[in-house]
Every structure is written in structure tokens, then in C-alpha cells.
Design a protein around this ligand. Structure first.
Ligand code: BES
Ligand code: MN
Ligand code: ZN
Length: 496
């Protein structure tokens, strides 16, 4: 990550330098206080001349406004102030970050006509600045290449009624943003740099936040009988790892909640090799593991009052003389046997052992796994919802609500015995593909065979974790999807 802008909070006093951003509602216009920053009264005419109506995301720029020492004065539209929810404030923050361009100092005045902005909202705006500012340009040696931002750092001041309150709230949100940016970094990083060992080492760094981190080596996994996960890894020069992260912020006696992530650092497809076009995207096939790691960062950084386990299975799916073949039969840790009919359906093999291990060792209150599992979920839902599959209506409902609140949306898909039958195998307990139809669902049915009766949800994030469309708070290939969603789920239902 190239730039982490410095953000501070202050009272709105006389601002004399840099860029000043004022907010304007769609129907309400500017707050009365705006006049105080516009000694020459240029704003009303300028806004009119720019046909600026205050729509969310639009802005009007006034250069070197007469009678001030400011470089620019920016009026930023925020739409209907009464409709400004948490997500909207993040977006306003994103727009403030864009309005800054190359400025050294930007002050945004949080005064909205007809609506008092709370300190929480000020903190959300600040979080939006952080999320929008992220770029992955560490491999660009000519920094001026990178989105035209140069290597200048902008200092942002959020001027609001209660700076101390906003600062306190922001300390929490900054921790969550840190988790999102960590997940983005992990997904953006190419596979030659980030293999299973390097990913595990990144997870180990969470110890500095108080997370307990254990790393299982291939020999450990062999002893545990994780034949499904190890079968995927055996065609790679780089050995597999499983990372167990524990955040103990709750009461000692409370059973943990658990998150499990698919961490295929590169998915060539194995012997069932993928076509060349687009294969480079498979460096992001650890988006589930990245989200779990980012989530653990977020929860620890904000000292969540919950016991949380995060488990990630890290492998590389490659092909060589030792690689697993179509037709091979492997024995999973559960004892169930799997006929591997397509080596490109590898994520479910990794998760089969990770889910079983998680359930067996921790008896968690629930397990939620995240995985860039199927192309089929992209066909079904595109890039704006993750596929949600669950054996538990309450958990599914809570995930849906958290998705609506954060904008990291999920959409529930059906499951059932008719779909489950499709993965029965002639030669083993199950096969790892279900045929042409309902590919995302048969993948979920496969996972369900490894969770017993534990409340469980599977999020297929193949469409949401990578190749992400840019938006108000993300300008990068890897959205960091899942961190805000699951942080919210924990906060709303499993703390205290
Ligand atoms: N990692 C892929 C799924 C994927 C596809 C993620 C596109 C992101 C974007 C997964 O391992 C895979 O290859 N799935 C196969 C399953 C098939 C062989 C049953 C797929 O979806 O084609
Ligand atoms: Mn695959
Ligand atoms: Zn994969």
C-alpha cells in the first residue's frame, strides 16, 4: 500500500491554507456556517455556474478563492442529508479523498444543513478516506506513474463538533480499515511473492496485536490425516501450511465463533489445467483466507469482546510429476473418501479438511467459511453479491442484515438432498464435481458434508473478492470483501 493519509480531527475554526471542502445537501444546500468560509460571497454564483445541485458524489471546485489564502474551495454534494447512513458517510469520505488530488492539506467541514453530523459519522467519513486512498503500486518504480498521485501524502483534517469523540470512534474504525487494507494487499500480491509460507508469515505478524497464531506444517497435517488438502498441494514445489489464529477477547468459558478461509495462493487448475486467458487472476484465489486474516486484524485492533478463531488453508494448486491426477481417491481428515474427478475443483478439498479440523478442535458456535470457490457463482450473482449457503436460518439472516448494513451484500442460494445426491460417487464416498448444472450449489453441498450439525455458512466470494469493479471506497482490483461484513456480524450479535 503506497499511501496512508494522516487523518486528524479538530473544531471548525478559521481555515486558511490548503483545500477546504464544504458539504452541500441536494435539497438543503450549504450549511449556514459555510458563509463564514466564503468572505467574498463567491460560493452561490460559483455553484450556480457549475450547475451543481448537491447530488451525492458531485462537486464544484473554486480555484484560489479571492480574499483567502486557500488553494481551492470544494463544494461536495452529499445527496439527501436525511438519507445519510453509515455507508453513505464512507462514500462521502471517498469523495473527499478524491477531491484532495495532490493537495498537501485538506480540511473538510462536517456541517450539514438540516442534519447534525455525529462523531460516529465523522469517523466513518475518515474511514472512507482511508479505504479510497489505497492503491497497490509497490511494484511501480516510477511513482508518478501510479494514478498520478506521486508519492505526496495528504494530511486530512475532519472539522466537527466533537473532535475528541470522533477521534475515539475512529480508533476503532481505523482498525477495521487496517483489516480491509491487509486483505487487499494479500489478494493483490502476486503468487511468486506470496506463497503459503509468506502468507503464513504475514498472519504471524498479527501476534503484535495480541492474536495467538499457530502454524501447522505439512508433516503436522499428514499426522492429522488431511489427505484432501495435501493432495492439492502435492503438485507444487511449495509446501502447504494451515494457520490457526485465535483472538480471545470474550469470556474464558465462551465457545468461539470461527471463520475458515480458502487460501489457494495460485490456482493453475492442476492437471485439469485452466485456459491461459485470465489465469493470472488466480493469484487472488486466496481471497477467502485474506478476508479471514483481515478480519482477525480488525477484531484484534478494535479489541472485540468475543472469542474468535480464524483458520486458513494455504496451498498452491500446480502440476508436475507428483501432482494429483483426475481419478485419484483421497481420504480426508473426516475419514470420508473423495474421488478427485477434476483437479481444478481444489478449493473444496482444502476446505473439507480445514472445516473438519476447526469443528473437531474448537466446537465453535458457528463456522463461516469464505472461498473464491466457483466460476458458477459469478454467472449466478455477478460481482455485487456473494453467494450465501447455510444450514441455519438465523445465521443466514444475520449475515444478510450485516451485508445490507455494510454494503458487502450476500444473497442466499438453495441447498438440499436433491443437490447433495449429485456429488455421490461410484468409487468413493463422494466426488469433487457435480456436473454441469448448479456448480456453486454442488460445491456448497460438498462442504456441508464436513460440518456435521454445527451452524455453518459458506460465502462464495469468487465474484466479490477480486476483479472488483471500482467504487466510491475501493479503487483497486482486490476489494477486501468480507472484512467489514464479518466484523459487523460479530459486533452486532456475538460480543459482550
Ligand atoms: N478458483 C476457482 C474458482 C474461480 C473462478 C474463482 C473464477 C474466481 C474466479 C475454483 O478453484 C475453480 O476452478 N472452480 C471450478 C470448479 C469446476 C472444476 C467444478 C470452476 O468454477 O470452474
Ligand atoms: Mn480451481
Ligand atoms: Zn480455486
Amino acid at each position: 500500500m503506497s499511501r496512508t493519509p494522516a487523518i486528524s480531527f479538530a473544531k471548525p475554526s478559521s481555515i486558511s491554507e490548503g483545500v477546504l471542502v464544504l458539504l452541500s445537501g441536494e435539497e438543503t444546500g450549504l450549511a449556514a456556517s459555510a458563509a463564514g468560509h466564503d468572505p467574498q460571497g463567491v460560493l452561490p454564483r460559483a455553484v450556480e455556474a457549475a450547475s451543481f445541485k448537491g447530488k451525492m458524489g458531485t462537486s464544484a471546485d473554486i480555484l484560489a478563492p479571492h480574499g483567502t489564502a486557500l488553494d481551492r474551495l470544494v463544494v461536495l454534494g452529499i445527496g439527501k442529508p436525511s438519507a445519510l447512513d453509515e455507508q453513505a458517510w464512507l462514500k462521502v469520505g471517498g469523495a473527499v479523498q478524491t477531491a484532495a488530488r495532490k493537495a498537501k492539506k485538506v480540511t473538510v467541514i462536517l456541517d450539514v444543513a438540516g442534519a447534525e453530523a455525529s462523531s460516529t459519522e465523522a469517523a466513518q467519513l475518515a474511514m472512507g478516506i482511508l479505504l479510497r486512498a489505497y492503491t497497490f503500486d509497490k511494484y511501480k518504480t516510477r511513482k508518478d506513474d501510479a494514478n498520478g498521485d506521486g508519492d505526496k501524502e495528504t494530511a486530512f483534517v475532519v472539522a466537527c463538533a466533537d473532535p475528541a469523540g470522533a477521534k475515539k470512534k475512529f480508533a476503532e474504525l481505523e482498525g477495521i480499515a487496517g483489516g480491509v487494507l491487509l486483505a487487499r494487499d494479500l489478494v493483490n500480491e502476486p503468487a511468486n511473492i506470496l506463497g503459503p509460507l509468506e502468507f503464513a508469515a504475514k498472519a504471524k505478524e498479527l501476534e503484535s496485536l495480541g492474536v495467538e497464531v499457530e502454524i501447522l506444517h505439512d508433516a503436522d497435517m499428514e499426522k492429522l490425516g488431511m489427505g484432501a488438502l495435501l493432495g492439492v498441494a502435492q503438485g507444487s514445489e511449495r509446501p502447504a501450511r494451515m494457520v490457526v489464529m485465535k483472538w480471545n477477547g470474550g469470556k474464558a468459558k465462551d465457545k468461539p465463533v470461527a471463520f475458515v478461509g480458502k487460501g489457494v495462493v495460485f490456482d493453475s487448475g492442476g492437471i485439469s489445467i485452466k485456459p491461459a486467458a485470465g489465469m493470472e487472476d488466480m493469484k487472488g484465489d486466496m481471497g477467502g483466507a485474506a478476508a479471514v486474516t483481515g478480519l482477525m486484524h480488525a477484531l484484534a485492533a478494535r479489541k472485540a469482546k468475543a472469542n474468535v478463531v480464524g483458520i486458513i488453508g494455504l496451498v498452491e494448486n500446480m502440476l508436475d510429476g507428483k501432482a494429483q491426477r483426475p481419478g485419484d481417491i483421497v481420504t480426508s481428515m473426516s475419514g470420508q473418501t473423495i474421488e478427485v474427478l477434476n483437479t481444478d475443483a481444489e478449493g473444496r478439498l482444502v476446505l473439507a479438511d480445514a472445516l473438519w479440523y476447526c469443528n473437531d478442535r474448537f466446537e465453535p458456535r458457528f463456522m463461516i467459511n469464505l472461498a473464491t470457490l466457483t466460476g458458477a457463482i459469478l454467472i449466478a450473482l455477478g460481482q455485487h453479491h456473494a453467494g450465501l449457503f447455510s444450514n441455519n436460518d438465523e445465521l443466514a439472516g444475520r449475515l444478510f442484515e450485516a451485508g445490507q448494513a455494510t454494503g458487502e451484500k450476500v444473497w442466499r442460494m438453495p441447498m438440499g438432498p436433491d443437490y447433495d445426491k449429485l456429488i455421490d460417487s461410484k468409487n468413493a464416498d463422494m466426488k469433487n464435481i457435480g456436473g454441469r448444472h448448479a456448480g456453486a450449489i454442488t460445491a456448497a453441498q460438498f462442504l456441508q458434508r464436513f460440518v456435521k450439525d454445527t451452524p455453518w455458512a459458506h460465502l462464495d466470494v469468487a465474484g466479490t473478492a477480486m476483479g472488483s469493479p471500482t467504487n466510491e471506497i475501493s479503487q483497486t482490483w482486490a476489494s477486501g470483501y468480507g472484512v467489514r461484513l464479518l466484523d459487523r456480524l460479530v459486533r452486532d450479535h456475538y460480543e459482550g
